[in-house]
Each structure stands twice: as C-alpha cells, then as structure tokens.
Design a protein around this ligand. Structure first.
Ligand code: AMP
Ligand code: MG
Length: 366
C-alpha cells in the first residue's frame, strides 16, 4: 500500500491550456516539457517551460538527477534499493552507531544543520533521530505494529537530536548509541526540491513547477505571467481541494495524517510522530507551509503538525517569510494573515475558516 508514495497531497492546478496565452506577441514561444518518475518512494512530477526543446529535456534530466542523488545519500533503507550494494550516507551512519564516525557528503551536513536548527526552535518537535520509533510502528515496512508502552519507552530512549555528533571540519557524523537511527524523511524531499530548483535556475529555466509528493515548488510564474495555482487537499478526500494558493518562487509543502497510516479500532495511526510521546501527533489533520526554501517548508510542515496550531503559531511568529495553513480535527481551516490575498477557500468542509494574525497569536473567526 505504501510502496509508491502516491500521495497526491497537494494537487497542482496547471494552466496547460494557457501555456502560450499571451506569447503571441512575444518573439520567443515556450513549450512545456513534463515528466513523472518514482524517486524516494514518491511520485515526482516536474514540468518546465523552455523555448529550446533540448534545454527542456536537459532541464528535466538534471532536475530528476538531483532527486536521485539526494535519495542515494539519504535513503536509510538504501541497501535494498540501490544497485551494486552501494549504501547511502544515512545507512552508513545508522549501521555505525556506537561504532565509529562516518564521513558524509556536504548535503547530509546541510540537512542535519537545518534539521537541528528547527529542532532547537521547536524544542524537539522536529527530531531526525526518530528512526527507531518509525521502525517500531512499521510505517516504512508493509506490516504495521501497535506497540506497547514499554516498547515505545525503550525506543524513545534512543531518540534525541542533541546526541548526534557532527564534526563539520572532518565532515563526519556519529550516533553514540547502538540502535539510534537517523531518518531524514521529514526534510530530504524538500532539500532535493531545492537542489533541483537550483539546477533549473542555473540552466536558465524561469518557469517550472515541481511536485514531489506534496512538496511543491513553483518557479517563477506561469508562462503567461500569472501566478501558479497550488491546491490544498481535503485531508479526508484526496480527490477534493479545499483551498487554492496563488504563488511565485515559493515552496508549498503539506504534511498530513492521510499520507501513511493504518487504522485499528477506529484509531488512525500515522507517520508523523510526536517525539515527546513516541505516538502519532494528534492535534491537526494537515499543515501546509509556504516559504522560499522547500527545505524549510518541508521541515516546518512536519514541525507544525507535531506542535499543533497554538504552539505552531508561536513558532511561526519568529519568521516573517514563512506562512502556514492548518486544518484541525474539526476541519477548521486557519491560515496566516499574510496569505489573505493569495488564498481562496473553496470548501470549508463543515469547519470554520479562521485567519490568524501573525503579530497577535489570537485568531479571529471570519
Ligand atoms: P512529512 O511527510 O514531510 O511530514 O514527513 C514525515 C516523515 O518525517 C516521516 O515519514 C518520518 O520519516 C519523518 N518524521 C516523522 N515524525 C518526525 C518528527 N517528529 N521529526 C522529524 N521527522 C519526523
Ligand atoms: Mg516535512
């Protein structure tokens, strides 16, 4: 069921019909180049616009190559998925817990640096040492498991981002206790998206959209000059969009309790874990974060999901350029006040729509 992460978390509403609208009077006509591939267990779709077909194909190749490259560094189950028994940096780090520090790439150091930055700010709501808990619940494996309190307590003793030993000079990472495991699932797709976007920009692409299983990046504007339109999925109906955001040069990343989950006795157990309990975070159904960095948006969507709307809003207040939309268990939609001009709520899904004032933590009902 989870083999291919076809989480159509955030649907992109692409104006295919308008690709060349408004181009008639311009000297250069752009064409659309689009491709889908499964990388990182996720269906990734990239669409670029270019006047030169060779450039369009090259851009797609190189953007996908970035996703594959980051996957080959960050996949903690890499021994199963990589050819020639090559293993990822993260796999090596985990295998060598309590044994020895492992030399890693600059990308892993960058992801850990950013993860730890948000881990500190969120008092550990985001914690990349969550691996043992993910394994315990079996969210990656096909067989799920409802663990006992004792099992959770044992695995929680192995969780703690402060214990990761990073030597930036030597470029090594060390986990001090056997059984500790890094899991970059909350950041790697966002980071890979940023790397792909950087490559597209270097190639001179100024209009593109990437959807990496709910990690969307809208590069530039649509070819007709209008903003990209990114939909937020109804957390309980993946065929329905509850809101549309108009964005340019922005990452729009969603986290939700509908992406990887199982239900036992009517209780939904899902893949976003509150590190303070070792259980699925329960305060929200989904979070969607807008930021100029897809890495930050990815980390923040997971972090805010764990923190819930109240503590999440407090964290958001520390940033002027990161905005969010929350859907709570009563299906109320709350969004940062600064999104006011770029969001359309299509369906309130029986809940209320609230606009949050980012200066003042109180929210007002519209
Ligand atoms: P996302 O889908 O981006 O919200 O990330 C969820 C993924 O991040 C999970 O599949 C885990 O790999 C990982 N994860 C789960 N809980 C946490 C957490 N509290 N902090 C950091 N990563 C987490
Ligand atoms: Mg995330």
């Amino acid at each position: 069921m989870f083999r291919y992460r076809q989480r159509v978390v955030t649907a992109i509403i692409l104006g295919f019909l308008f690709v060349c609208a408004g181009c008639a009077d311009k000297s250069v006509r752009v064409q659309e180049f689009s491709r889908e591939n499964i990388v990182m267990d996720t269906l990734i779709k990239i669409t670029v616009y270019a006047a030169d077909p060779q450039l369009g194909e090259k851009a797609l190749n190189e953007a996908f190559a970035e996703f594959s490259r980051i996957n080959s560094l960050a996949d903690r189950f890499s021994e199963k998925s990589l050819p020639d028994s090559e293993t990822s940096d993260v796999y090596q780090i985990n295998q060598n817990a309590q044994v020895k520090p492992v030399k890693v790439s600059d990308d892993i150091l960058a992801m850990l640096d950013r993860s730890n930055y948000f881990a500190n700010l969120s008092e550990g709501a985001f914690d990349v040492t969550i691996g043992p808990i993910m394994d315990l619940w079996g969210f990656k494996q096909t067989e799920h498991h409802l663990p006992s309190e004792k099992e959770i307590a044992e695995k929680l003793a192995l969780v703690g981002y402060q214990r990761i030993v990073v030597d930036k000079e030597q470029k090594t990472v060390f986990l001090p206790e056997k059984g500790m495991e890094l899991d970059l699932g909350g950041i790697a797709k966002g980071y890979a998206t940023d790397m792909a976007v950087q490559r597209l920009r270097e190639l001179g692409i100024n209009s593109a959209i990437i959807n990496a299983g709910g990690n969307v990046y809208a590069l530039g504007s649509k070819p007709d000059g209008s903003p990209w339109r990114v939909g937020i999925q109804d957390p309980r109906n993946n065929n329905k969009i509850i809101a549309i955001l108009r964005v340019e040069n922005t990452a729009v990343v969603s986290s939700g309790d509908y992406e990887r989950y199982f239900i036992i006795d009517g209780v939904r157990y899902h893949h976003i874990i509150d590190p303070s309990t070792g259980e699925s975070a329960r305060q929200l159904m989904s979070t969607t974060v807008l930021a100029s960095s897809a890495t930050d948006a990815d980390v923040m969507s997971t972090t805010l999901f764990v923190l819930g709307s109240e503590r999440g809003r407090e964290l958001l207040q520390k940033f002027t350029n990161i905005n969010a939309v929350f859907v709570d268990p009563e299906r109320n939609i709350t969004f940062s006040k600064s999104l006011n001009k770029q969001i359309d709520i299509l369906d309130q899904a029986n809940g209320q729509v609230k606009k949050e004032d980012s200066e003042d933590a109180s929210s007002q009902v519209e």
